[in-house]
Design a protein around this ligand. Structure first.
Ligand code: FAD
Ligand code: NAD
Length: 477
């Protein structure tokens, strides 16, 4: 006998668990199914983000940044340290504890909001929108049969490997293995200098590894504003990350104690890189493997993403999909916004997700964050704009912090002064970008930001100064 729900959410990553909670808040009877297992085999809701993504990577970035600061920055404050060392197992235990707290937090939230959680793999068994879609759950404590007229698929994404080079998570690492290294490798190779490559490369470089990144594209961080990307490349290179752009991988070989990579550099010259460990971070692919899409005729596109319209509707009535498994940026907060919007649509509301105001953050040091359009995008679209720029070097708080790298750049429409994009590289860019996202959601002009009182001394004054700079009237530069 199947258990009947108003809504079944498949996947408890940020897209799924947030959708389940929002739908339950709106009065629906909700089930959420998730397959992730912790080290003991128990449930570990939170998806990629909580288990092998956002949360553990930020935990390791924090630990390694403390180590870097203690080794290189404390002396300038008059703080002496002898015998500085890193205990990687303790660092990893702390990371595991942070992850566990988040897993438990989600289970608590499910209870609080009366979401029924099932641990196991969900797959479509048949049905239709009138009688309800049938979903089987297996691999958990007991097989379950569930049925609901509404389904939200939030099954996320999995790492993409290179042809002929499978992840063994010992020598050839996906993000899973990159987050679980038990000791600092002497040499670390990274294929793909995107977000994961830079964040994980930074962690292990700070702890002492010699890190080499091989990036296929001729441009560094092509999605970022070109001026920010240029500054980032300069800073990362100065820190000791060896970044090779325009690299073409020609052969790879897993050795007894490492990995060998043959590659051709931007000049076409053949090179070989031998490393103890190799992270492959060349993007992720949608996760629909166990879903049984064919049992109900769920349509996927040619790259395997579930096809959806602007409101996250699939080709089947009552079946929706959100997050990494559909088009758009693979970001936890984008998945959450889509999850909330679908839940609210089910309750008859008319929510809207504006992809243009989804912020991007790269948690390196310096941090990189942006929202809206880049200067190169504005140029390509022929939109007339004004640019303002303010360096952290001229900000009092940044000087006091001892972190004056980078700048804030604001782009505004040449006629209306509406803010079109904000790009930050520097201290706490991840937090500063929220003000820009709020401003853009309210269709603010650069003059609005320039006229708002910002506390002194704060890094946020740099945003105000960048806004003043749009009109050519900075006060502190
Ligand atoms: P996921 O988080 O992938 O969750 C999907 C869940 O569904 C998983 O638990 C999976 O086990 C489960 N599932 C799949 N199939 C089934 C099935 N058939 N039955 C039951 N359960 C199933 N994004 C940011 O915004 N900020 C960051 O700082 C950030 N850092 C990242 C760092 C790394 C190393 C990685 C890999 C990613 C990072 N991301 C970050 C991206 C972010 O993790 C994803 O965008 C986000 O997790 C997507 O959420 P989701 O809910 O769509 O899917
Ligand atoms: P990515 O798209 O950010 O970077 C992949 C990089 O690999 C690109 O620069 C690409 O040009 C390069 N590449 C692809 N094939 C290659 C090849 N054969 N040889 C050399 N280089 C190659 O993807 P990622 O770093 O794997 O991250 C996956 C997703 O996870 C991203 O879409 C990102 O949104 C998300 N993520 C977000 C954060 C964050 O928000 N801070 C952190 C980590 C991951």
């Amino acid at each position: 006998m199947a258990s009947v729900f108003d809504l079944i959410v498949i996947g408890a990553g940020p897209g799924g668990y947030i959708a389940a909670i929002r739908a339950a808040q709106l009065g629906l009877k909700v089930a959420c199914v998730d397959a992730w297992r912790n080290a003991q085999g128990g449930p570990a809701p939170g998806g990629t983000c909580t288990n092998v993504g956002c949360i553990p990577s930020k935990a390791l970035l924090q630990s390694s940044e403390h180590f870097e600061q203690a080794g290189h920055a404390f002396a300038a404050h008059g703080i002496g340290l002898n015998g500085l060392s890193i205990d990687v197992p303790t660092m990893q235990q702390r990371k595991a504890q942070v992850v566990k707290q988040n897993n438990e937090g989600i289970l608590y939230l499910f209870k609080k909001n009366k979401v029924t959680f099932f641990h196991g793999m969900a797959s479509f068994k048949g049905g239709d929108a009138d009688a309800g879609w049938q979903v089987g759950v297996s691999g958990g404590e007991a097989e379950q049969a569930l049925v609901a007229r509404q389904i939200i698929i939030a099954t996320g994404s999995v790492p993409r490997s290179l042809p002929g080079l499978d992840f063994d998570e010992q020598r050839v690492l996906s993000n899973d293995g990159a987050l679980a290294i038990g000791g600092v490798p002497k040499t670390l190779g990274v294929i793909g200098a995107g977000v994961i490559g830079l964040e994980m490369g930074s962690v292990w470089r700070r702890l002492g590894a010699q890190v080499t990144l091989l990036e296929a594209m001729p441009d560094f961080l092509a999605a970022a504003d070109a001026q920010v990307a240029k500054e980032a490349l300069k800073q990362f290179t100065k820190q000791g990350l060896a970044i090779h752009l325009g690299a073409r991988i020609t052969a790879t070989k897993v050795l007894k104690n490492g990995v060998s990579v043959d590659w051709t550099d931007a000049k076409g010259e053949a090179q070989t890189l031998k490393v103890d460990r190799l992270i492959v971070s060349v993007g992720r692919k949608p996760n629909t493997e166990h879903l049984g899409a064919e049992a109900v005729g769920l349509k996927l596109d040619e790259r395997g993403f579930i096809e959806v319209d602007g409101d996250c509707r699939t080709n089947l009535p009552g079946i929706w999909a959100v997050g990494d498994v559909v088009r758009g940026p693979m970001l936890a907060h984008k998945a959450e916004e889509e999850g909330v919007a679908v839940a609210e649509r089910l309750a008859g509301q008319k929510p809207h997700v504006d992809f243009n105001t989804v912020p991007w953050v790269i948690y390196t040091a310096p941090e990189i964050a942006w929202v809206g359009q880049t200067e190169q995008q504005l140029k390509a679209s022929g939109r007339a704009y004004k640019a303002g720029n303010f360096p952290f070097m001229a900000n009092g708080r940044a000087r006091a912090l001892g972190d004056t790298t980078g700048f804030v750049k604001m782009l505004a429409d040449a006629q209306t002064d509406e803010i079109l994009g904000v790009h930050i590289i520097g201290p706490m860019a991840s937090e500063l970008i929220a003000e820009a996202a709020v401003a853009m959601e309210f269709k603010a002009s650069s003059e609005d930001i320039a006229r708002i009182c910002h506390a002194h001394p704060t890094l946020s004054e740099s945003l105000k100064e960048a806004a003043l700079s749009v009109a050519g009237r900075t006060l502190n530069l």
